[in-house]
Design a protein around this ligand. Structure first.
Ligand code: CU
Length: 269
């Protein structure tokens, strides 16, 4: 009896320990689409970024910084403009999509180009959802543009920083995965598209992505969920016998299993 109880407690402890490990340890947030520099590092689109590739959500520093790396020496790659970061073609406005693995109460979300603040969204201290979207007007810009996006936390002195490289006017707001070897913008004749309707994280009915590849072809063809993998909206995966549909494109991390980050995964039959 006693022995059984002890064994059970040990088993319980093991389960609890696993749960602790499975939860996002240093959980914060970053812009997944259009891909921020840290998103490009996490997805492998840009190589040799250093530690940031493992924790794109962790570019945290005091409020008021203007750097891409939050002045964190280990993340310095993010601040190197010479890296030829892939620039996403967007129209005269675009929607920035954040993935928050910890929903910190928020004062404001700010967007800068150079020293100029081009947009600000005030949450007045509210707790955001696990995914956050902001549409930002970029009509004052054209061509290659570096946007610094800042998430200001309400109950700490800290903020989270993202640099997002865009090619304004270069297309219709495409959020397709970036090419690891970006073609020179001068020679790429990007087809002009009407403004793409951004995938809605909450309305799965609108996903009509005809899956051009990546193991998502065919009716209901779901692949097994994996960490360190880039999924796009509409992708289907299985995890623990349940099938999920991706609500928002992101690159997975250990601890982002679908049942834990349901904001990113919609369980389907
Ligand atoms: Cu956090």
């Amino acid at each position: 009896m006693r022995r059984t109880l002890t064994t059970s407690l040990l088993a319980l402890g093991t389960v609890a320990g696993s749960l602790v490990i499975a939860s996002p340890a240093s959980a914060h947030g970053y812009i997944s689409s259009p891909p921020s520099r840290q998103a490009n590092c996490a997805s492998g689109a840009v190589k040799d970024c250093g530690a940031i590739q493992y924790e794109p959500q962790s570019v945290e520093g005091p409020k008021g910084l203007t750097s891409c790396d939050a002045d964190i020496p280990g993340f310095a790659a993010l601040d190197e403009d010479s890296r030829n970061w892939p620039a996403t073609d967007v129209g005269k406005s675009t929607t920035f999509n954040w993935v928050l693995t910890a929903r910190h109460k928020t004062t404001t979300w700010q967007y800068f180009v150079g020293n100029k603040k081009i947009a600000e969204f005030n949450d007045n201290g509210a707790q955001p959802a696990a995914t956050v979207r902001h549409q930002v007007d970029l009509s004052a810009y054209s061509g290659r543009t570096k946007v610094l996006a800042v998430w200001n936390i309400a109950d700490t002195p800290m903020a989270f920083y993202n640099c997002v490289d865009l090619n304004v006017g270069g297309g219709g707001g495409s959020t397709t995965p970036v090419n690891p070897a970006p073609s020179p913008s001068q020679t790429s004749a990007a087809p002009v598209q009407p403004p793409a309707t951004s995938p809605s994280p909450s309305a799965s009915a609108t996903t009509s992505a005809p899956a051009t590849g990546g193991g998502n072809t065919g009716g209901g063809g779901a692949t097994t969920w994996k960490s360190w993998t880039a999924y796009k909206t509409g992708d289907k995966v299985t995890f623990d016998g349940v099938t999920y549909e991706c609500r928002q494109g992101h690159t997975t991390l250990p601890g982002w299993e679908p049942p834990i980050v349901l904001a990113l995964w919609l369980p389907i039959k």
